[in-house]
Design a protein. Structure first.
Length: 549
């Protein structure tokens, strides 16, 4: 059976990557780490793809790689293997290391906890086959680093996480290992809290007329469970598409293309769309993710989606000024067209426990206000011919011009976010080597000199040729107007053709998905009469709203 053979972790902060850790899952010899690194760095395209085939090595090798901050992970395989298996395992390794060592994952953390990292890799794969990759399950067999463990290791010379069970905080004897792979055994918390963060990334393209050409969202339901025992939770989701089901029409999908954590009971979701029944892991995890096309009306499940009302819009006026080499951009920011969260969802804009933690309501506790706009960034791409900007006026925020792009940032004003109108106006300067009118300018200067000499003739000559001179001046004025029109036409070609908007909106989801309720329907170990605090937060982030002009 094909398996993962080895894992090499490099520090890429230096010009030449430095090997931080080398772990072999299988004993048979394979290509050396130095050879793999040279082949990776010598690949024609940089950065190289995640999978590289090296036919020149002995034996031929498949090289898998991922990068994370200043770390490079390489894993070779000399036999056929499922690529997604190896790449998913490498991402799980990073997730586990961040869970144990904290984020950001620095090379110094790996070097200072070398023994813990090796124990984790040994537990995560058995003879190269992924075995235990859930952080909750690993915490029952590999103790996290602690100050007490480091003191114990420095005195005894043993690994820093080899404390006796009586001294190890939160540790359990091997006989009390959890039977649930994704949850630790005997979890205990002083304050029981449940938090749900629904985050959507919006990507859309808008035509010059204002009609959306494409609009998609990628949603993530992040869950934080800080609750004792083994709770059995039920999370109800609702969306505009669910209205058809409530009206007696056939059941529809709440979200499109869902992907769930292993803790979710899939049969329950299939029988009752919108209900997520699960026993959560302890701590933070991604409960589900989904994708939706906001403009797809071909199916009944998305025909009742809300209209695309963006809280940020623009108005671009090109070709301003005497030479038509200026443009003005106005940004309108308002949440008046966005729906307010309903009382049933009871979303909370901040994750702070309150006196409502003892409430018996099944809906999330807390209150919410109107949606707020934050982190507005306007990117204006310009043609390569533009050299610099001139006469720039900016009513709010700050801007920069680099690599042919104007980046305009509009800051938030306190807790109310960003609202109102902001104006940006500037002129553009074309590069000298792209000036196609240089010959025409020389001809115009020669004609001006000739006209000056002609005007120096005596009065009699001017009277004799007055009609010719007047005709010549009329021709010159006509030609000058034509040149000005031509210059304006050329300046129109260097005006912006599109604007990319980036923003974040708290308290609003573009797809209309909402958390209707969150209940504890079973489980054990929580205690009678204990009602955990529940909070929900909605955030929509723009990953690229392109407005064509």
């Amino acid at each position: 059976m094909s398996a993962i053979e080895a894992l090499y972790i490099y520090d890429t902060y230096t010009p030449t990557p430095t090997l931080l850790l080398s772990h072999t899952f299988r004993t048979h010899a394979s290509t050396s780490s130095s050879t793999l690194l040279q082949s990776y760095l010598a690949y024609p395209t940089q950065p190289p793809p995640s999978l590289i085939y090296l036919p020149t090595t002995a034996p031929p090798t498949l090289l898998f790689s991922i990068t994370h901050q200043n770390l490079l992970l390489l894993s070779p395989s000399t036999s056929e293997i499922e690529p997604l298996l190896v790449l998913t395992f490498l991402h799980r390794v990073l997730d586990v290391l961040e869970d144990y060592l904290g984020s950001p994952l620095l090379p110094s953390k790996l070097e200072g906890n070398y023994d813990i990292v090796l124990q984790l890799l040994t537990e995560m794969a058995d003879d190269g086959i992924p075995f235990t990759t859930e952080p909750n399950a690993l915490r029952d067999v590999v103790l996290p680093p602690s100050t007490l463990g480091k003191i114990f290791g420095s005195v005894t010379g043993l690994p820093s996480n080899s404390l006796p069970p009586a001294l190890a905080p939160g540790s359990q004897p091997p006989a009390q290992l959890s039977t649930i792979p994704w949850r630790r055994a005997n979890v205990k918390h002083t304050a029981n809290e449940l938090y749900v963060d629904v985050i959507e990334l919006l990507t859309c393209t808008i035509a010059p007329s204002g009609r959306p050409l494409s609009a998609r969202v990628a949603g993530t339901i992040a869950f934080t469970a800080k609750i004792s025992g083994v709770p059995d939770l039920l999370l109800n989701l609702t969306s505009p598409a669910m209205k058809q089901t409530r009206l007696g029409l056939p059941p529809t999908e709440v979200v499109k293309n869902p992907s769930f954590h292993p803790c979710v009971r899939l049969n329950r979701w299939k029988e009752r769309p919108g209900e997520l029944s699960f026993v959560p892991p302890d701590g933070k995890f991604v409960l589900a993710s989904y994708e939706m096309d906001l403009l797809d009306s071909s199916t009944s499940s998305t025909s009742s989606l809300p209209p695309l009302n963006l809280p940020v819009s623009i108005d671009l006026t090109p070709s301003l000024g005497p030479a038509a080499d200026e443009f003005e951009l106005r940004v309108f920011m308002s949440t008046s067209s966005l729906p307010l969260p309903s009382s049933s969802s009871a979303t909370s804009s901040s994750h702070r426990p309150s006196t409502a933690s003892s409430s018996s309501s099944s809906t999330p506790s807390g209150t919410t206000g109107a949606p707020t706009i934050e982190d507005v960034v306007v990117t204006i791409p310009l043609p390569p011919r533009v050299k610099s900007l001139t006469s720039t006026r900016c009513s709010r925020g700050e801007f920069s011009f680099e690599a042919g792009e104007i980046i305009w940032r509009i800051p938030s004003t306190g807790s109310s976010g960003v609202s109102g109108t902001a104006t940006f106006r500037t002129g553009v300067v074309v590069r000298e080597d792209d000036d196609e009118d240089s010959d025409g300018n020389e001809e115009e200067e020669a004609e001006g000199q000739y006209s000056k000499e002609y005007d120096e003739y005596d009065e009699k000559a001017r009277d004799e040729y007055g009609e010719q001179r007047a005709e010549k001046k009329r021709l010159q004025q006509t030609e000058k107007k034509e040149k000005e029109k031509e210059a304006k036409r050329k300046n129109a070609k260097i005006m912006p053709r599109c604007v990319v908007l980036g923003f974040a909106v708290k308290g609003w989801l573009a797809s209309g998905v909402k958390v209707e309720s969150l209940r504890i329907v079973g489980g054990k170990g929580l205690g009678e009469g204990v009602k955990p605090y529940k909070g929900v937060k909605y955030v929509t982030k723009s990953s690229g709203v392109e407005v064509r002009c």
